[in-house]
Design a protein around this ligand. Structure first.
Ligand code: ADP
Length: 422
């Protein structure tokens, strides 16, 4: 069987959408059973993203270029699949994370070896089965389970892997970069963050408080772009922090299969220890606990890895809870006085994945969007993802873009063909 044509790839992705819809409940259930998030994924996120890639499968093309000597030489570019992609993904959203890699691979005609996280491998395996069911030949998409240091490292080091698309921690990201040197693999790295969420006094405070809270607490804070440093303009600081703490106290934390649950557990005992460790660090550093501050131990919750949504007030910029990625439901509320000052402090981080800004002043919003050093800036909202939008980091949050046409470009080689005509 020869390579799939763009038309065939498009049809295959659309068939894959149908197979996912037909098995939707099971896929959502696998995610919840494995990592605890409240049951139910966004159809727009999963199906919409795949359809976006299906549309692009027949819309990828090179360019014609006149060259600097138009009468003598004519040139064009060809776009080709980059080859074998190794995808290494984390556990914090197995279904979406797998789809974010599968969509562009199928659209561009690459082959894939995908390693899900050891904590949550079942959803990716099931998606692999569905692809075989709809007629994808074995060997095109390969789901390989295993630990990071063995299976993950084998992908990262392999001489026949042309590109690695990695989503995960900064520490592992550094291993991947080193491993890529062996054969000059292409890389895209979507790593951690310590994203600022800036609340100006003129904002819609009710909506901003909800957004600031859920920008951290959603998925129990296990989100790379969580807006964990919440900068609040001084005149509204006390009122705003009280609102956020109130929201935190009322969030329903529990079993992801209970429809009333808003916040599930952390993924593992290891993650629980890490987050509780940071809660202790925050207290020792002198931050004030306005909500939460510990593990949840009542009744059945004591058997799981549940942590209270936590709001720390009076957090100093250099405290560890304000500089290190915690990956748990821990919000740091930090006061500020002026525009230039908050821009400088928001950018004073080694990360640069995302930022949020709340203001009713449009010119202020545009000015700050231009000055924030991060791959995504959300104004009067947070955590809005769209298949058409590039997503990725500045600085130590990584390089390359996931999502959007930009991601597909990174799964393709470009070849320049020049013809002498003069
Ligand atoms: P997290 O802290 O979120 O678990 P990791 O970066 O450790 O983040 O894990 C993300 C993915 O990277 C997982 O699939 C994991 O197995 C994999 N991984 C971990 N260590 C390595 C490594 N040395 N080489 C390649 N992959 C790894």
């Amino acid at each position: 069987m020869g390579p799939f044509t763009p038309f065939e790839r498009q049809e295959l992705i659309l068939k894959f959408c149908d197979a996912i819809e037909a098995n939707w409940d099971e896929l959502c259930l696998l995610d919840t059973l494995e990592m605890g998030a409240p049951y139910g994924r966004s159809r727009r996120e999963i199906i919409g993203r795949l359809r976006f890639c299906a549309g692009l499968a027949t819309a990828l093309h090179g360019e014609t270029i006149a060259t600097s000597v138009p009468g003598e030489a004519f040139a064009y570019t060809l776009k080709e699949p980059v080859g074998v992609v190794g995808a290494i993904i984390p556990w914090n959203g197995p279904l979406p994370a797998t789809i974010w890699k599968l969509g562009p691979v199928l659209a561009t005609g690459c082959a894939l070896v995908l390693k899900p996280a050891e904590e949550a491998s079942l959803t990716a395996l099931r998606l692999g089965e569905l692809l075989l069911d709809i007629g994808l030949p074995p060997g095109v998409i390969n789901i390989v389970t295993g630990f990071g240091e063995t299976a993950g490292a084998a992908i990262a080091n392999h001489p026949d892997v042309d590109k690695v698309a990695f989503t995960g921690s900064n520490e592992t990201g550094r291993h991947i970069v080193r491993a890529s040197a062996s054969n000059m693999k292409r890389l895209s790295l979507e790593l951690g963050g310590k994203s600022p969420h800036i609340i100006f006094a003129d904002a819609d405070l009710e909506a901003a408080a909800r957004s600031a809270a859920m920008g951290v607490f959603a998925n129990s804070g296990q989100v790379c772009c969580a807006g964990t440093r919440v900068f609040i303009e001084k005149p509204i600081y006390d009122e705003f922090v009280a609102r956020v703490a109130e929201i935190a106290r009322h969030l329903k934390v529990g079993n992801g299969l209970d429809p009333a649950t808003e916040i599930g557990p952390l993924v593992s005992g290891q993650q629980l220890d890490r987050v509780v460790g940071y809660l202790d660090i925050g207290k020792r550093e002198g931050a004030e606990v306005l909500a939460g501050g510990g593990r949840l131990t009542e009744g059945a919750l004591g058997k799981g890895f549940f942590v209270q949504p936590t709001v720390f007030a009076n957090v100093g910029d250099s405290m560890r809870i304000a500089t290190e990625e915690i990956f748990g439901p821990v919000l740091s509320a930090i006061p500020f006085t002026e525009f230039d000052e908050v821009v400088a402090r928001a950018n004073d981080t080694r990360f640069g994945l995302a930022a949020g800004v709340w203001t009713r002043d449009l010119s202020k919003a545009h000015r700050i969007a231009a000055r924030i050093r991060a791959g995504s800036v959300w104004i009067n909202c947070y955590n809005i993802f769209d298949a058409a939008l590039p997503f990725g980091g500045y600085r130590e949050s990584g390089y390359g873009r996931e999502s959007g046409i930009q991601q597909l470009e990174e799964y393709m080689q470009v070849k320049a063909v020049t013809i002498q005509v003069g």
